[in-house]
Write a protein that binds this ligand. Structure first.
Ligand SMILES: NC(=O)c1ccc[n+]([C@@H]2O[C@H](COP(=O)([O-])OP(=O)(O)OC[C@H]3O[C@@H](n4cnc5c(N)ncnc54)[C@H](OP(=O)(O)O)[C@@H]3O)[C@@H](O)[C@H]2O)c1
Length: 296
C-alpha cells in the first residue's frame, strides 16, 4: 500500500513515516517548506492545484493528513486567523477533494478541542454535540466537516495532548523548566490523556489497512489525569527533584486561548471495532524518555 503523509516533518508526521517504513510499505511525505536536507515533497496544502497535482502524481492508496496550524494560542490572534482557516479548513478540503479524485482513503487528525469541555463524562467518538471554545478548535471541527461532507472512505481520528520525538510538546516544556526552577505551577483542572506519537502512528497504519471508516478517539490508555499529574509523573520518571504546584486554569494566565476542562476521550469504539488500544501513557512516557536520549 502507498501512503501520502502531509506534515511529515511535524511531530506526528515523523512518527507516521517511521511506522510506515517499519511496516515495509511505501510512504511519501510532504512539507510546506523546501529544504535541501529533506527527502519530502514540497506541498503547501493551501494551494488547491498543487494538492491535486501531487496527489495525482503519487496516487496514494491512503492519505494520512497530519499537517495543521497547531499553535493554539496564536490562533486566537486575529492577524493569524485567515491563515489558520486556510491551512486547517481549506487545506483539508483540498486534500479531501484530491483523495476523492484518486479514490484514496483519507485519515484526518482532529482534536478533543471540537468539544466544549463541560462536565466530566468522556466524549464518545460519535458524539455530535460539537462546541469548540477556541479558534483552533473551530478550525479543526470545520476540517472534520469538510472531510465528512466530501468523502465516504475517511477516518476522523481525534487525539489529545500529543508528545513525540522532534516536537515541541508538554514533556519537553516541563524538562526545560526543570533546568531553571525547582517548583513549577501546572494546571490541575483540565483532565485528559496524553498520546505518544509512536503509538498513535502504529494505530493509523493499522487503520489504513482496514475499511472501518468513521470517527474514532485515540490516546494512550492508563486512565484520565490532569496536566499537573502528568508533570508529576514526568519528573518522577526523569528523576528530577521538582515540586509541582497544582493551579486552576483561571489563575494560570500564560495561555491566551481557553482550553476545555474535560478532554476525556472515550476510546471504546476503537476496541469494539477491532483496532488495538494504545499502551498506557505511563509506559509511553517511559519509552519516550528513553528514545529522546538517542534522538538527534
Ligand atoms: N499536538 C497536539 O497536542 C495535538 C492534539 C490534538 C490533535 N492534534 C492534531 O494532530 C496533527 C499533528 O499534530 P502535530 O503535533 O504533529 O503538529 P506539528 O508538529 O505542528 O506538525 C504540523 C505540521 O503541519 C505542517 N504545515 C503547516 N502548515 C502547512 C501548510 N500550509 N502546508 C503543508 N503543511 C503545513 C508543518 O510543516 P512545515 O514545517 O513543513 O510547514 C508542521 O510540521 C494535527 O492535525 C493536529 O491538529 C495535535
Amino acid at each position: 500500500m502507498k501512503y501520502l503523509v502531509t506534515g511529515a516533518s511535524g511531530q506526528l508526521g515523523q512518527a507516521v513515516m517511521r511506522a510506515i517504513k517499519r511496516s515495509g510499505q511505501v510512504g511519501v511525505g510532504t512539507t510546506s517548506k523546501t529544504s535541501e536536507v529533506s527527502t519530502h515533497l514540497t506541498l503547501d496544502i493551501r494551494d488547491a492545484a498543487a494538492v491535486v497535482r501531487v496527489v495525482a502524481t503519487v496516487r496514494p492508496d491512503v492519505i494520512i493528513h497530519c499537517a495543521a496550524w497547531t499553535a493554539v494560542d496564536a490562533a486566537e490572534d486575529k492577524k493569524w486567523q485567515d491563515l489558520v482557516w486556510q491551512i486547517n479548513v481549506e487545506g483539508t478540503a483540498n486534500l479531501a477533494r484530491a483523495a476523492r479524485e484518486v479514490n484514496a482513503k483519507l485519515i484526518y487528525l482532529s482534536s478533543d478541542y471540537v468539544f466544549n469541555g463541560n462536565g466530566q463524562k468522556p466524549w464518545q467518538a460519535d458524539d455530535k454535540c460539537y462546541q469548540p471554545i477556541n479558534f483552533y478548535g473551530q478550525s479543526k471541527l470545520a476540517g472534520e466537516l469538510a472531510v465528512a461532507r466530501s468523502l465516504t472512505k475517511y477516518f476522523i481520528v481525534r487525539t489529545s495532548w500529543v508528545f513525540g520525538l522532534g516536537g515541541s510538546n508538554f514533556v519537553e516544556a516541563m524538562l526545560k523548566l526543570a533546568t531553571q526552577q525547582n517548583s513549577i505551577s501546572v494546571v490541575a483542572d483540565q483532565i485528559g490523556t496524553p498520546t505518544y506519537t509512536e503509538d498513535l502512528a502504529c494505530l493509523l497504519v493499522e487503520m489504513a489497512a482496514s475499511e472501518q471508516y468513521g470517527y474514532y478517539h485515540a490516546s494512550n490508555e492508563g486512565g484520565y489525569l490532569s496536566w499537573a499529574e502528568f508533570a508529576t509523573e514526568i519528573f518522577k520518571q526523569a528523576n528530577q527533584a521538582v515540586t509541582v504546584l497544582p493551579v486552576t486554569s483561571t489563575s494560570y494566565m500564560a495561555s491566551k486561548a481557553p482550553r476545555p476542562h474535560n478532554s476525556r476521550l472515550d476510546k471504546s469504539k476503537l476496541v469494539a471495532t477491532g483496532f488495538s488500544p494504545l499502551p498506557s501513557w505511563q509506559d509511553a512516557l517511559r519509552r519516550y524518555l528513553r528514545a529522546r536520549q538517542q534522538f538527534v
